[in-house]
Every structure is written in C-alpha cells, then in structure tokens.
Write a protein that binds this ligand. Structure first.
Ligand code: GLN
Length: 242
C-alpha cells in the first residue's frame, strides 16, 4: 500500500461535470499513480453529507445554469458547514466555472438568486450580453513564484470580487471574471475558483502538481518526464495568443 494517499471528493459528479471535469480528476489520479502516491476518489451528490476530515481535496466542476439550480441549495445547506470546516483546516477546495460561481455569496440569473456556499467574497450575475467564450491565459503565483495557466472559458455569468477577495490571477489573454477588471478566479488560502477549463489540468500539469502537493501538505513533488504535458501547455498558450 502507498505511504501517501490523495483523497479526493468530487461534489455532484453527475451534475457538475461539463468540459472535461472528469479529465481533470483522471489527471490527478495518474500523476499520483506515477509517483507511487495512492488515490481515492469519492463522490457526494444531492443530500449527501460530507466529512471535512475524510478528504484532502474537494472538487466542484462546471455546470449549466439548470445544474447549478439543482445543486446550489444543497451546497449552501447540507454541505456548507463541512466545507467551511475543511477550508479552515487547509484542505484544498478547487472549483471550476459553474462550481466557481457557487463558491461566493450568490449567483443571480434572471429574477432568481441562487445561494452560494460563502467560502469567498464574490458575487456572480448572469449577464444579458454575449457569453464570454475563448482561450484564456492568466498569470498566477504558486509557492511565491510566477506561473502561467492556460485554458478555455465559456460563461454567461460575470463574477465580481468583493473587497476581501483576491483573484487567482491576472488575465494575460481572454475575458476572465467579467471581461472588465482583468482578474481571473479567486484564491483564499487553499480555496481556489477559476473559469478555466477544457481541460485545465492536462494543459497545466504544473498546476495539477501544485494542487496535489498542497492537498498533501508537501512543499513540492518529485518531477515527472513531462515532454507531452509541456507541449500541451505550450499549445494552449499559443491558442490564447501568449
Ligand atoms: N452556467 C454558468 C454560466 O454560463 C457556468 C457555465 C460553465 O460551467 N461552463 O455562466
């Protein structure tokens, strides 16, 4: 049996999983496996209670507005306290696009206001204007070092960070949170939200490794022969014009 095990909990894996969210989970699994790190994947659907101590990383993927409508109330009630406890204990909570939009105070669409889980100070509003679609590159800081992430975004919602929130990164190319302030995503300690998907982690193996290391409480992980992954990253950057 492996000495170390990364324990991942996918929240609403059947509802919140568009744009290669399963690919992101698969990549985490493979990169653990290649290093002899064990990998456990659990799922928590509607109505399921979660144990904040049973997992190192909680993953919340993308979803269409109707999927978010199904999950928002459950996230903000059944799972709220456990996720706040997990965040307080330094567990990684990683949310992409539709999941990211539910990390904050609320997601307003039409006349409806979906509650968020309140882990970060942000609001999202469904905009009547065009969807923000395209390749995107952002500059972030990982372990105090600058790094670039590349991905694809497709969202109708615009996200606005409140005064106590910090972005995950700054937009180098693409739309980001709202096509306006140059911010992308959110980061509060190990709670991370981003609009980048399609699939984010296979295009940014360095970020996947940072997530794994952070979730396991390690400074860094041993390197892997990443020629293919580096090519995928370069291609994604080139697609975003960076
Ligand atoms: N439903 C959300 C929006 O359109 C998120 C979509 C997604 O996860 N791609 O803004």
């Amino acid at each position: 049996m492996a000495d170390r095990v990364l324990r991942v909990c996918a929240l609403y894996p059947d509802l919140m999983n568009i744009y290669a969210d399963r690919g992101n989970l698969l990549l985490l699994e493979r990169r653990c496996e290649w290093r002899g790190i064990g990998f456990e994947l659990a799922g928590a659907g509607l109505g399921d209670e979660i144990d904040p101590d049973a997992h190192d990383l909680f993953y919340l993927g993308g979803g269409q507005d109707r999927d978010q409508q199904l999950c928002a109330q459950d996230l903000a009630t059944v799972k709220r306290d456990a996720l706040h406890a997990a965040a307080g204990r330094g567990r990684v909570i990683f949310a992409v696009c539709g999941g990211y939009q539910l990390l904050g105070h609320s997601y307003e669409l039409g006349g409806e206001r979906l509650p968020g889980v309140g882990l970060v100070d942000l609001e999202t509003v469904r905009h009547p204007g065009p969807r923000l679609i395209g390749n995107v590159a952002i500059e972030v800081e990982l372990n105090g070092e600058p790094a670039v992430l590349a991905g694809f975004e497709n969202h109708g919602g615009r996200t606005y960070l409140g005064p106590t929130a910090r972005p995950l990164g700054r937009v180098l190319s693409g739309h980001g949170n709202n096509n306006h302030d140059g911010f992308e995503g959110v980061r509060r300690d190990n709670v991370i939200g981003t609009y980048l998907h399609g699939p984010l982690l296979p295009k940014n193996a360095h970020f996947a490794d940072w997530l794994i290391a952070t979730a396991l409480g390690l400074e860094r992980l041993e390197g892997l022969p990443d020629a293919l992954e580096d090519d995928a990253h370069r291609e994604a950057l080139a697609a975003a014009g960076v």
